[in-house]
Design a protein around this ligand. Structure first.
Ligand SMILES: Nc1ncnc2c1ncn2[C@@H]1O[C@H](COP(=O)(O)OP(=O)(O)OP(=O)(O)O)[C@@H](O)[C@H]1O
Length: 220
């Protein structure tokens, strides 16, 4: 597909084609402005391609009615560089909120939230507010929130961008564990150490074109 934003002089993604299988772990790398965020926005149907199509889980996003989009997005968990936690809610409440908005009862939350907080290594810190947690711990809460609905796909946009190298590796261990449960992980990153250590598929974008797609790749 091709994506040209209104008013832009050239496409942000230019005639690209990529297939990701269920359960894969894929890094998207490339210089600033190369089109990585646009790719993520297309996958979430925040923007639509100018030409071509995008299929997610057997559905063509261009044919999806807009009222179906919120439901579709439940199948995708998102993690960002800046955590995006609700500051006046505890770790537990931040994760429970993701269940609340899709209509799950508090009884479900009481069962599921402690499980997922335990999974991300935050057992015992459920009642801390974001400002009472380290950056790495806040990102764990964000991962728990993204994963609590067991999404098919986890999109991570520079999830280690604000973390030191050791904490980054811990977050990657967590994403790796989640991937091993069968969740497809798509991660945008500039972190060469992480890419080189993980040795997973690497898709490199430059000026809107895919210039490399390599299994078990390195940052290069
Ligand atoms: N809403 C928009 N309207 C016009 N142009 C846009 C819009 N959003 C992004 N662009 C342009 O599309 C290109 C790709 O941007 P994109 O944000 O996808 O890059 P990126 O690879 O994610 O960069 P970074 O690593 O800095 O986040 C850039 O040239 C950018 O200026």
């Amino acid at each position: 597909m091709t994506k040209t934003y209104p008013k832009a002089s050239r496409p942000s993604l230019n005639d690209v084609s990529v297939t990701m299988e269920k359960g894969e772990f894929v890094f998207f790398i490339g210089p600033s402005g190369s089109g990585k965020s646009t790719f993520i926005k297309l996958l979430l149907r925040e923007v639509q391609p100018t030409k071509g199509k995008i299929m997610v889980n057997g559905r063509e996003l261009g044919h999806m009615r807009s009222w179906r989009v919120p439901h579709f997005r439940r199948s995708i968990g998102c993690v960002f560089q800046d955590f995006r936690l609700l500051p006046n809610r505890t770790a537990y409440e931040n994760v429970a909120f993701a269940l609340e908005v899709i209509g799950k009862t508090q009884a479900v939350a009481r069962r599921v939230v402690p499980e997922v907080l335990e999974l991300v290594g935050l057992g015992g810190k459920e009642h801390r507010y974001p400002h009472e947690l380290s950056g790495g711990e806040q990102q764990r809460v964000a991962v728990a929130r993204a994963f609590v609905n067991r999404p098919l796909i986890l999109l991570a946009d520079e999830p280690t961008g604000n973390l030191d190298p050791d904490t980054s590796i811990e977050i990657m261990r967590l994403l790796d564990r989640i991937n091993r449960t069968g969740t497809t992980v798509v991660m945008v990153t500039h972190d060469s150490n992480i890419v080189n250590q993980m040795r997973r598929r690497v898709v490199e974008i430059e000026a809107g074109k895919i210039v490399r797609d390599q299994p078990r790749g390195v940052y290069g």
